[in-house]
Structure formats: C-alpha cells, structure tokens
Design a binder for this molecule. Structure first.
Ligand SMILES: C[S@@+](CC[C@H](N)C(=O)[O-])C[C@H]1O[C@@H](n2cnc3c(N)ncnc32)[C@H](O)[C@@H]1O
Length: 267
C-alpha cells in the first residue's frame, strides 16, 4: 500500500488494506464526546481498537490523546472507557501520560478549577521494543544516593542496591508534558482551519520516544496533518486516514511545502 499518503476514508477501511503487524506506532486523537462537530462523523471505538491491535507489530505502541466532556455536571469518563476497551482487545496500558495545556482556552467552569489537561495513553502490544526517553539534567548529579537524602524519612522505598550509588547527570522527564496550544503550537496558519490540531511538539516528543528513523507511524484521525508533517521531518515513514474530504485537502495543502515529490513509497 502507498505510504506517505492520507487516505480519505474511514480509518477502518485503511486498516483493512494493511497486512497484520504493519505499524510501528500510531499517534492520534479521536473525535471523542462530540466535543466538536467534525462534519458529523462518528467512530466505533472498539472496532478501531481491535484493528489497531491487529495492525500494530509486537512491541509497537498507540498514543491515544483524549479528554472528557462534562455533561450536566458529570464528567463522561470517555477517556477511561477508551483505555479499558484498548486493554480488553489485548493492548497493555503501558503508561497514562498527561498533556497539560500552558494556555488553556478560557471557559466558565462553574464550581471547578479550569480544565487544562488531556490524557495521553500509551497502549503497547507487549513490552515496547523502542524507547528513546527524553531526559533532563539532574540537580544533585554525582552525589551519593542515601536513603535519607532521597526520602527525607528513613529508608522509604529506596532499593538497597541503589544506596551508595552516584546520582546520574541525566534523568528521564516525568510523564506530565506541558505544551502551548492554539496559534503558538504551529507556524502553519492553514492548520488552524481545523478545530482541534495537535501541538507539533507533543507529536515530535512522542514519535521520537517510541520510534526510530524509517519506522512507520500511523494517524487514524489525521485532521490537519500534524502527524504527517512531524513524522516526515523526523525521518519516519507515515500513513494517515481522514474521513473528511475538506480536512484531507487542508492537510495536503499544509504538507506541500514540507514534502518533496520523491517521498511517495510503498510497502
Ligand atoms: C481530533 S481531530 C484530529 C486532529 C489532528 N490530531 C490534527 O492535529 O489536526 C479528529 C479527526 O478525525 C476525523 N474522523 C472522525 N471519524 C473518523 C474515521 N472514522 N476515520 C477517519 N477519520 C475520522 C475527523 O474528521 C477529525 O478531523
């Protein structure tokens, strides 16, 4: 099938064209809770989760970015339902990461704090085979680990074998990621004709974490083409589905400056 292409169709149709164990990674954000009107399209989550499981190779991952709507004062918990569905079809819930919005859209949230995050579930088919963690400098680099220094209250849960070891100069960042949303999340003005684009940095961080060069990245709800653009820039092969003709045109227009004519490939 042709790669580096957005298929204008239901993602279930695109996945039918794929051989099993085809994808290294999927990163996507589903049209949950009818939060926005994507030209009226809906999606069957269980069927999609099953297809993704079949088409993901052993050790591959799905990054599923989803939030919840509040209806009559009650959060829908759609995000949790999705996570349970992915687990039921065979995926592991490898990590529940949080995507915090630095500049959330102002809204009247009544007797609640301002809503500022979504879940970024990492569903894996078995143990992920690729993990290139993002790291940050460690403040106490070089100092020896003592039970007291780490916990402040005796041994706590510091494993015996770690006591006396030197603290490394780098450590993994936490699973809470903060990004700007809105106009500062991409320089491509055209992208904002879509109502719900991913921050580009979010996609870059996740693709770099879970894949290597030339791996194949899929977005089953491609929208404005953010996944395609970032995968291309990072030297990954990619494939996408988007049901709306309008958004496929938008995404192709957005991608034009980034993709050369020689990028089409097949697998
Ligand atoms: C949350 S948006 C994705 C936005 C995307 N992450 C971006 O950066 O632009 C979800 C998209 O899924 C599309 N969609 C809805 N149902 C679909 C289906 N069954 N198959 C493929 N695309 C679908 C909608 O048209 C919408 O553009």
């Amino acid at each position: 099938m042709q790669l580096n292409k957005i298929y204008q169709e239901n993602c279930l149709e695109t996945m039918r064209l794929m051989s099993d164990d085809f994808l290294d990674m999927t990163i996507t954000s589903p049209p949950y809770d009818d939060l926005r009107d994507y030209n009226g399209y809906h999606f069957p989550v269980e069927e999609i989760a099953r297809s993704l499981f079949q088409k993901t190779r052993q050790g591959g991952v799905v990054i599923w970015v989803v939030g919840d709507r509040t209806v009559n004062g009650n959060e829908t918990l759609t995000s949790f339902r999705h996570a349970l569905t992915f687990q039921e079809v065979g995926f592991r819930v490898h990590d529940t990461m949080i995507y915090v919005k630095n500049n959330p859209i102002p809204s009247d949230c009544g007797k609640r704090y301002r809503q500022a995050f979504e879940y970024m579930f990492c569903f894996s088919k078995g143990q992920p085979t690729t993990f290139n963690p993002i790291t940050e400098p460690t403040k106490s680099a070089g100092q020896k680990i003592t039970a007291f220094r780490i916990t402040g209250k005796g041994r706590g849960n510091v494993p015996d074998e770690d006591i006396g070891r030197k603290i490394k100069s780098e450590r993994k960042v936490t699973n809470i990621f903060a990004y700007n949303v809105g106009t500062s999340s991409s320089k491509d003005k055209i992208a904002f004709q879509h109502p719900a684009i991913f921050p580009e940095k979010l996609v870059a961080d996740q693709i770099q974490s879970w894949t290597n060069q030339n791996d194949l990245v899929y977005d089953c709800f491609m929208g404005s083409g953010t996944t395609a653009k970032i995968a291309h820039q990072l030297g990954r092969r990619w494939i996408g589905s988007e049901i709306s003709e309008e958004y496929v045109e938008l995404a192709n227009e957005r991608l034009k400056p980034y993709l050369s004519l020689f990028d089409t490939a097949s697998a």
